[in-house]
Design a protein around this ligand. Structure first.
Ligand SMILES: Nc1ncnc2c1ncn2[C@@H]1O[C@H](COP(=O)(O)OP(=O)(O)OP(=O)(O)O)[C@@H](O)[C@H]1O
Ligand SMILES: [Mg+2]
Length: 319
């Protein structure tokens, strides 16, 4: 498989009143053409920040270091004008907060069409608008809306959270992107709709785009959808590799803890977190919660070790 996107040495911090807080540390990742990668981890681990960094969507208070090579260009050093084009036609985001992404004073149907006409001059013609309308209705249908006409005429505040979530999923796909970053695409959906969204993403991931990064809390979704997996804790990638191998036999103590806390695995929670303590550590951020922790874990960052099956694990236990 060809490498389609490569992140090297990604570090993100936020500066507030002169104080810098690191939220993503030394992330290296390669995304091969045709693969779907899952990004999992607890709330606040830096999943959305990582996705937004790729798309240059972080606020001015964010400091981003590293490179993100895509089609021979470093996305982190592209001027905003170029990045806008990338976001419009190349890499689409299905954002985590649908209500923030939808305009409350425009109907959903109009926004979906405008999302195409805003990027393409040719799409502004009558035929272009008609084509966009056909794609819109087709996507809404695929995302489980039976009464597409009513949805098109509705405003986002008239729809439920789950409905808006599916509308923004359709919005992200309107321009037939080549790459998709989907941030919590199944959030707030019941099991039937989750299954439906999963089927659409799988279909699109397999046949319509070159790559997909799915950010999710939904381990069942990750298991069913992803070829590769990255497990993030405190902004560090703790384990990455083949999704099935990691989910069936997790190696990092954090990934093991995540699996053990699933209902089907006995719901044994990981020890409580102390975020302030973790932030002060020079070493592994998971150390205060780790059942295998030893003194050096708090002071030294463990290296990423590659295991025999090709996965990497950031833990002294394997170094
Ligand atoms: N604009 C911002 N300014 C300052 N800190 C931020 C900003 N955005 C995110 N953060 C911080 O970065 C860290 C990672 O946040 P992020 O939103 O990426 O977490 P997440 O893994 O996506 O969590 P969730 O699963 O809840 O969506 C958090 O500590 C968060 O408070
Ligand atoms: Mg998030």
């Amino acid at each position: 498989m060809n490498q389609d996107m490569e992140i090297k040495g990604l570090n993100v911090s936020f500066v507030d009143h002169g104080r810098e807080t690191k939220v993503v540390t030394d992330v290296d990742a390669t995304f091969s053409e045709g693969s779907i990668t899952g990004l999992i981890g607890e709330s606040g681990s830096g999943k959305s920040v990582l996705g937004m960094a790729i798309l240059g969507l972080l606020p001015g208070s964010a400091k981003v270091k590293g490179t993100c090579l895509y089609q021979g260009r470093d996305l982190f050093s592209l001027p905003e004008k170029e990045m806008k084009k990338v976001r419009g036609t190349e890499i689409a985001l299905i954002p985590q907060n649908p209500t923030e992404s939808l305009n409350p004073i425009r109907t959903v149907g109009r926004q979906l069409v405008e999302c195409v006409t805003a990027h393409e001059k040719s799409a502004k013609s009558r035929a272009g608008i008609r084509r966009a309308g056909i794609r819109r209705d087709e996507l809404l249908g695929r995302f489980g809306f039976q009464d597409v006409g009513r949805i098109n005429g509705s405003y986002s505040f008239e729809l439920s959270g789950g409905m808006n979530q599916r509308v923004v999923s359709a919005l992200g796909l309107m321009n037939c992107p080549k790459w998709v970053i989907a941030d919590e695409p199944t959030k707030g959906l019941d099991s039937i709709l989750r299954r439906q969204v999963y089927e659409v993403l799988k279909d699109i991931g397999r046949s319509e785009v070159r790559g997909m990064l799915v950010i999710t809390h939904d381990i069942t979704l990750a298991k069913a959808l992803c070829d590769r997996l990255m497990v993030l804790y405190g902004g560090c990638v703790m384990e990455k590799g083949n999704a099935q191998a990691i989910l069936e036999a997790p190696m990092h103590p954090y990934t093991r803890g995540l699996m053990d806390s699933l209902p089907e695995k006995g719901m044994r929670p990981i020890r409580r977190a102390d975020r302030d303590k973790e932030r002060c550590l020079a070493g592994c951020r998971f150390y205060p919660r780790c059942p295998w922790g030893e003194a050096r874990c708090g002071t030294e960052m463990p290296p990423e070790t590659t295991l025999l099956d090709g996965r990497t694990v950031r833990c002294f236990h394997y170094a």
